[in-house]
Design a protein around this ligand. Structure first.
Ligand SMILES: NC(=O)c1ccc[n+]([C@@H]2O[C@H](COP(=O)([O-])OP(=O)(O)OC[C@H]3O[C@@H](n4cnc5c(N)ncnc54)[C@H](O)[C@@H]3O)[C@@H](O)[C@H]2O)c1
Ligand SMILES: [Zn+2]
Ligand SMILES: [Zn+2]
Length: 347
């Protein structure tokens, strides 16, 4: 089969023929129908500092098949797989829990003490066929297109953030960032009862995209975020909740001023290093709740998302702006730096 492979710790990847491995116990082979590019893939493709950090944290071994956001049909099941069969259409959870640690045994398997990460600690899915443990495969309901299933993993990050944000009817929600996960979150916040959703980005194309999905868009390179937010939320003393989806340390200098007393901050974007925060002023005296997110709840988040997509409350495909063949990988990865939403590889 053919696969997009990271060969060396340098820029780029190679699309070439590779030998198919045989299945171990508990594994399934999936004919990949669609796969999306994630930030992690971009770091690996460029091989930047973040890639170096991931590589040392998770003992990444090259060559590695890239890609982890995908869906397809099962073509083979390994020994011992009983709950999945050939022909089932599945999407894959990236966090591969050990099943044995305290977190795994107490309802927090998404944050397992020794988690595997699909496409990092094992080969990924930018390929004709992908191998995964059956235990991390989620069966797609009949009403959901397989390609849409490829977006369950990133949309699941937004779904988890929205769930933890605990939005009450009519609340004012601020989504910091207008990248693909943020655009999913805007749709979800509206479905889950927000009165007003505000979205901020430095990229005009993405702010326009946020507006198309019903958010009040603020381009922070042109407009003052504080005065725009207070124009909407002054009566509350700020917004009820912020979902941080930029990963930019700069955002933490001003984000607390936008949130009302006793409000909530859900942090999802990963700043690359340390971020100074005045806890007395911004957290204690304000009575703020801060919740960090790492991955989707297994399987709560998946069922929440699947229910909203099957019920036509969310249209995940509307966040896709570009589709490519694997042969066009250079063009596809170039596009991630530009004006784009989610980018899909399709067979
Ligand atoms: N916690 C988790 O489990 C988890 C999982 C997946 C992704 N993530 C993180 O979530 C974040 C969002 O993911 P994505 O795929 O949508 O990323 P993305 O990089 O496509 O989007 C980030 C957006 O933030 C904007 N931005 C950057 N600096 C900004 C600033 N100072 N002010 C306003 N906007 C700014 C960028 O223009 C971009 O549109 C990333 O940081 C990613 O690493 C976290
Ligand atoms: Zn991802
Ligand atoms: Zn575990």
């Amino acid at each position: 089969m053919y696969a997009l492979i990271k060969e060396t710790k340098a820029f780029g990847a190679e699309y070439r023929e590779v030998e198919e491995k045989s299945l171990a116990a508990g594994e399934i082979r999936i004919a990949v129908e669609a796969a999306a590019i994630c930030g992690t893939d971009i770091h690996y493709y460029k091989w930047d500092q973040a890639a170096e950090n991931f590589a040392s944290a998770f003992n990444v071994e090259l060559p590695l098949i890239l890609g982890h956001e995908f869906a397809g049909s099962i073509v083979e099941v390994g020994p011992g797989v009983e709950d999945k069969k050939v022909g089932d259409r599945v999407a894959i959870e990236t966090h591969i829990p050990c099943g044995k640690c305290y977190q795994c045994q107490n309802g927090d398997a998404h944050n397992c003490n020794s988690t595997g990460i699909y496409g990092t600690t094992c080969d990924g899915a930018f390929a004709d066929f992908a191998i995964a443990p059956a235990s991390v495969a989620f069966k797609l309901p009949p009403s959901i297109e397989t390609a849409e299933g490829a977006l369950f993993e990133p949309a699941g990050v937004a779904m988890r953030g929205i769930d933890e944000a605990n939005i009450k009817p009519g609340e004012t929600v601020l989504i910091y960032g207008c990248g693909p996960i943020a655009i999913f979150a805007i749709q979800m916040a509206r479905v889950c009862g927000a009165g007003t959703v505000i979205a901020v980005d430095i990229n005009g194309y993405r702010v326009d995209m946020a507006r198309k999905f019903g958010a009040v868009g603020i381009n922070s390179t042109k407009d003052d975020v504080y005065s725009e937010v207070m124009r909407i939320a002054a009566a509350r003393g700020g917004v009820d909740v912020v979902l941080e989806l930029t990963g930019s340390p700069a955002v933490y200098k001003t984000v607390f001023d936008l949130i009302r007393r006793e409000g909530r901050l859900v942090t999802i974007g990963h700043p690359p290093g340390e971020v100074p925060i005045n806890f007395t002023k911004n957290v204690n005296l304000k009575g703020l709740s801060v919740k960090g997110i790492f991955g989707r709840r297994i399987w709560n988040t998946w069922w929440q998302l699947s229910g909203l997509v099957a019920g036509k409350k969310l249209d995940l495909m509307s966040v896709v702006t570009h589709r490519y063949k694997y042969e066009q990988h250079q063009e596809a990865f170039d596009m991630t730096a530009g004006n784009a939403g989610k980018i899909l590889f399709m067979k």
